[in-house]
Design a protein around this ligand. Structure first.
Ligand code: MN
Length: 218
């Protein structure tokens, strides 16, 4: 993830709008990236335009230390900063010709922390389909190195709770309504076909390196 400071720019989509077909359709990607994600970035920049004390901070720092933001803009940073970060993270966690069973480090951690892919997939699917209203399902690593599956409302990000996201799934209706209408479960089932386990493995390695660096700094 980028550590650039304000004004923030939308990260490039790492593949074409139709790359995730048929699981995630081109029209949804055009609107989701080009309108929704773009609007979060624009609204974040607008919200912090007049708040120079936030201008030197990267997006991850803004979300981790949300209470550093003055009360008047905190909710905008939570919503639009979260929306900016979460979508970049979401795009990077998917790709064409991906899916299937986890590989590499992702496979090792899924086995050791969740008891295997079937259990992990079932728990994550439950978090995604069972979340009421708009929000996200996440696989996160806690500061103690535990692995958990959680969901958050709106654009809330696990970084604000001190947790490091490993994998995230957008369950806002805007993520699936054009193709799946009210059938969120079908969207979640299809999404497993585009999960990029190499990205997941890389994030796990980053989380581990971060843990080691934090321990060394204490
Ligand atoms: Mn979204």
């Amino acid at each position: 993830m980028s550590h650039h400071a304000a004004p923030f720019e939308i990260a490039p989509l790492p593949y074409s709008f139709d790359a995730l077909e048929p699981h995630i359709d081109r029209q949804t990607m055009i609107v989701h990236y080009g309108k929704h994600h773009q609007a979060y970035v624009a609204n974040l920049n607008k919200a912090i335009e007049g708040v120079p004390e936030l201008h030197g901070l990267g997006l991850e720092d803004l979300l981790r230390d949300l209470y550093r933001a003055p009360a008047g803009v905190r909710n905008a940073v939570r919503n639009h900063g979260g929306g900016t970060w979460n979508h970049t993270f979401f795009w990077e966690g998917m790709g064409p010709r991906k899916g299937g069973e986890p590989t590499g480090l992702a496979a090792d951690v899924v086995r050791s922390a969740f008891g295997g892919f079937a259990t992990f997939q079932s728990k994550f699917t439950q978090a995604a389909t069972g979340h009421f209203g708009s929000g996200w399902a996440w696989w996160v690593r806690t500061p103690e190195g535990r692995h958990e599956i959680v969901s958050t409302p709106n654009q809330d990000n696990p970084l604000t709770d001190g947790k490091f996201p490993i994998l995230g799934l957008d369950v806002w209706e805007h993520a699936y309504y054009l193709k799946y209408q009210n059938r969120r479960a079908d969207y979640v089932a299809a999404w497993w076909n585009v999960v990029d386990w190499e990205t997941v493995s890389r994030r796990l390695a980053e989380a581990e390196a971060r843990k080691t660096a934090e321990a060394a700094a204490r």
